[in-house]
Design a protein around this ligand. Structure first.
Ligand SMILES: N[C@@H](CCC(=O)N[C@@H](CS)C(=O)NCC(=O)O)C(=O)O
Length: 222
């Protein structure tokens, strides 16, 4: 049975990252769009798949898995023989990947979410507190200063090869640039971060996904 993938029709969040890995690894799948505004993740059937009522979720011939990062790890390991490797095979390589994955989840993402929470208030008709936003930007910038050092030593975040952890960084940051013009990942003061980021967002599979989402949203908003 073809892999079923339940995703939100959004340009950011975990759904596009799972779709990106599927595209990079050339994995056939059936895409099921779930409308969050219609509470389609809160139905009893959906909650049987993910008790937290969130997408993305996959159903691989009855094997159900949720959580973006876990799904990406699973798909990448299962389809190791096709597309870019995205996970190292050596013990040390795997350890460095896990190190980078922990930093992304525990350091990069919480600081980014603080920025996003304040910056995106405007898109919901709420007033943005500039002092709170500035403080969040400073805090996130300090994390990126460390990324600048790391990315000065190797091409990608877990070494010289592209991995799924590079992709995990695309969960929310691109949306800040496109939705509220905060292009924090490509500041002239951090040339290594900028180089890395520009490589990630130029991946043909990512460009294609973003274009498809933008076109679909344009049709919906007509
Ligand atoms: N930690 C989860 C977060 C998933 C998540 O926040 N999904 C959002 C869409 S981007 C969702 O389903 N929201 C609906 C809800 O929480 O009710 C992951 O990485 O997969």
């Amino acid at each position: 049975m073809v892999l079923k993938v339940y995703v939100a029709p959004l340009p950011s969040g975990g759904s596009p990252i799972v779709l990106l890995v599927l595209a990079e690894k050339q994995i056939p799948f059936e895409c099921i769009f779930v409308e969050l505004t219609k509470k389609e993740t809160k139905t009893s059937d959906f909650l049987k798949m993910n008790p937290f009522g969130q997408v993305p979720v996959i159903d691989d011939d009855g094997f159900i898995l949720y959580e973006t990062r876990a799904i990406c790890r699973y798909l990448t390991e299962k389809y190791a023989a096709q597309g870019p490797a995205l996970i190292p095979t050596s013990l040390n390589g795997k350890a460095v990947l896990e190190q980078a994955a922990s930093v992304e989840l525990a350091t990069f993402m919480p600081a980014l979410i603080k920025v996003g929470r304040e910056a995106l208030k405007g898109t919901h008709g709420l007033a943005v507190d500039q002092a709170v936003l500035d403080a969040a930007l400073v805090e996130f910038g300090q994390k990126l200063d460390v990324y600048e050092v790391i990315l000065g030593k190797h091409k990608f975040i877990a070494g010289d090869e592209l991995t799924i952890v590079d992709f995990f960084h695309l969960i929310y940051a691109p949306g800040l640039a496109t939705r509220v013009g905060i292009d924090i990942m490509t500041q002239a003061s951090r040339p290594n971060v900028t180089r890395w980021w520009n490589v990630l967002i130029a991946r043909p599979a990512w460009v294609k996904l973003q274009a498809e989402r933008a076109a679909a949203n344009a049709v919906q908003n007509v």
